[in-house]
Design a protein. Structure first.
Length: 179
């Protein structure tokens, strides 16, 4: 293949996959208070008609959020101090027309519920408010940190797969730890 063809093929692939990532936006806020790092985040645009159809087919659908607290290290990869994984699964029962929801933190079930309200399902899958995910005991005073949230869905709702990309969306929120 000639170099010009390779360039245009790369541009075409980037143009085709850009809408897949741009549709999902993660908003993150974090604050260190009372010995914990409290994290709030929302994944907007992820509850697409394709996700809704997958849920209504009865297929268990999982949104997984990898949350890391990191410190910027000059001239070196950023250091991850702690990580948490939040997995939210919805299974639609086609007979009773109810959604069974479960939320786990680091593999441990934190909450379960059943609902018929689709808006409640969307909120349960994509909005997280003031989660005390990390302890501040390992943080240094007057140092800047950031919380990174990466989100992905299972099953994937896109036809294109980047083998080195784990998340469909990600965002950061910085804070300075002042004890």
């Amino acid at each position: 293949m000639r170099p010009t063809h390779t360039f245009w093929l790369s541009v075409l692939l980037a143009a085709l996959t850009a809408p897949l990532v741009a549709a999902d936006v993660v908003r993150v806020t974090s604050v260190a208070r009372d010995g914990k790092v409290w994290v709030s985040f929302e994944l907007s645009g992820a509850f697409t008609p394709e996700v809704r159809d997958a849920i209504h087919s009865g297929l268990p659908t999982t949104f997984t959020y990898d949350v890391d607290i990191r410190r910027d290290v000059p001239l070196w990869p950023d250091r991850t101090l702690a990580s948490a994984t939040i997995a939210v699964t919805v299974t639609y029962d086609t007979l009773t027309r109810r959604h069974q929801l479960s939320r786990s933190l680091n593999g441990h079930i934190e909450a379960n519920r059943v609902t018929e309200d689709e808006e409640d399902v969307r909120h349960w899958l994509t909005v997280f408010d003031r989660l005390p995910l990390f302890a501040t005991s390992d943080l240094e005073a007057n140092t800047e940190y950031y919380v990174r949230v990466r989100a992905q869905t299972q099953p994937h709702d896109s036809w294109f797969f980047w083998p080195w990309d784990r998340g469909l969306a990600s965002a950061n929120s910085s804070f300075t730890f002042i004890p």
